[in-house]
Design a protein around this ligand. Structure first.
Ligand code: ACM
Length: 448
């Protein structure tokens, strides 16, 4: 049985695909023939589907609208269909993280990016919305976050690499430059713009996972509201990349701030997950701050270093009350028993967290950071750090080799990251993403 819906143009699969989303059965004409979407098959997983060619007609049967969309994406991508085939993703979490804090990324580029992710059958776009160099999301009651925190006076850049000279893109400095360009930069999204991004992504079965990074990487917050920082800091929005000393103070005022921010995040982003950062706190800042020392003691913590986990738990608890699950950057230290560990620096690839029962998303920097050089002799002036080549990206597997099946099952999938310190515009960002993102997306869909 098929429905009556016939979509207008020959290749309207992409635009007409929303019909699949709403569960409308349909017939679509495509360059490879007529496509019939059959009723969803409850025995299939949501993104799982079968394709069957009957003469000039390709029949699509999927577990849910998402599966029909993935099938149509595959057909649109030009994959021929002979006879019958079955397809399903190896991993349920197939993501891409974009850092929109270091450089503001316009909404139009985000929409293009969402199409690019959909074409690669990725299903998560993680937006790193806040960092030392900029705050990109408006929060009612805290206007200075965007009036002040979204803007910086300039950017400290690095020289371009010169053949035969030490490479400014790697080594100790990791390309963190010394030349202040004196060009103000900034921007933030409106709530309506973010809602538009969410809706556009949802039509392509992509979930937006927002990240608000706490308790470190908060120099833009402290520039706007110095009283929220530990140790009474006085700092502008950062103009230089690399690690800074900023940390939130463990005070009731900051707890109110976090609740207000997460409330707004939950209102804008309907997805089940919110990333709360937790990475790279400059612990010395709390150790030297009497207010932080006293509060840590009041809370019964073993010392101020434990405030890192306390902040992540605080956010995770708040999110649970709103029906969401928190994610945090996992570097080998479990910061919350209930949050999902996004493993980026852990030497065991997240195995210890998974063995303790945590769900893990693999974002291991050596295999998923697309801002890294793609070869020893990569001429890309926007790349930095160590080498992540295309073959490594193609071999990406979220679960560490040898993990017991019970533990391996806790690895939900993985995601590629694009940190944008040295990628100030679309051309630079795309030059870093492709083709390594293609390889990671294939690895996440196809598995071993
Ligand atoms: C990170 O790269 N700081 C998660």
């Amino acid at each position: 049985m098929t429905g009556e819906l016939t979509v207008r143009a020959e290749d309207d699969i992409w635009n007409g695909i929303a019909a699949a989303a709403s569960g409308v059965l349909g017939v679509r004409r495509s360059p490879v023939g007529t496509v019939c979407i059959l009723p969803h098959e409850p025995a299939l997983e949501a993104e799982e589907y079968t394709l069957r060619r009957v003469d000039e007609v390709i029949e699509v049967r999927a577990g849910a609208a998402a599966g029909a969309f993935r099938a149509l994406t595959r057909i649109r991508g030009g994959a021929g269909v002979d006879g019958e085939c079955h397809d399903a993703p190896a991993y349920s979490w197939r993501g891409f993280m974009l850092d929109v804090a270091r450089w503001f990324v316009p909404v139009g580029e985000l929409l293009v990016l969402i199409d690019q992710l959909a074409e690669r059958r990725l299903n998560v776009l993680h937006l790193h919305l806040t960092d030392d160099q900029g705050w990109r999301i408006p929060v009612p009651g805290w206007p200075r976050l965007t009036d002040v925190g979204a803007w910086r006076e300039g950017t400290t850049t690095r020289p371009a690499p010169v053949e035969g000279q030490p490479d400014p893109r790697s080594g100790d400095e990791w390309g963190h430059g010394h030349r202040h360009d004196g060009v103000p930069h900034g921007g933030h999204y409106t709530r309506a713009e973010l809602e538009r991004v969410v809706a556009y992504a949802a039509e392509r079965f992509i979930m937006i996972v927002p990240e608000v990074d706490i308790p470190g990487h908060v120099q833009s917050v402290i520039a706007a509201y110095p009283e929220l920082g530990a140790g009474a800091p006085d700092m502008p929005v950062a103009t230089r990349f690399g690690l800074g000393p900023s940390l939130l103070a463990p005070t009731p005022e900051v707890e109110r701030f976090i609740a207000d921010v997460l409330d707004e995040v939950c209102d804008i982003f309907p997805g089940a997950y919110v990333h709360v950062g937790g990475d790279e706190p400059h612990l010395e800042t709390w150790r030297r701050d009497p207010v932080s020392v006293a509060r840590a003691a009041d809370l019964g913590l073993p010392g101020t270093d434990a405030l890192r986990g306390w902040f992540v738990e605080l956010a995770a608890r708040f999110l649970r009350e709103r029906g969401r699950t928190a994610l945090y950057w996992y570097d080998g230290e479990v910061l919350s028993e209930e949050a999902i560990a996004v493993s980026w620096l852990a030497e065991d690839g997240g195995l210890a967290a998974a063995a303790r029962g945590a769900q893990v998303i693999t974002a291991d920097h050596t295999r998923t950071y697309l801002n890294y050089l793609s070869s020893e002799r990569d001429p890309n002036p926007y790349a930095c750090g160590i080498v992540l080549d295309e073959a490594t990206a193609a071999g990406f597997r979220p679960a560490p080799d040898g993990a017991a099946a019970r533990v391996a099952a806790r690895f939900l999938g993985g995601q590629a990251q694009l940190w944008t310190e040295y990628a100030p515009h679309r051309e630079s960002r795309e030059s870093l993403m492709f083709p390594r993102l293609d390889r990671i997306a294939e690895a996440l869909w196809n598995g071993a």
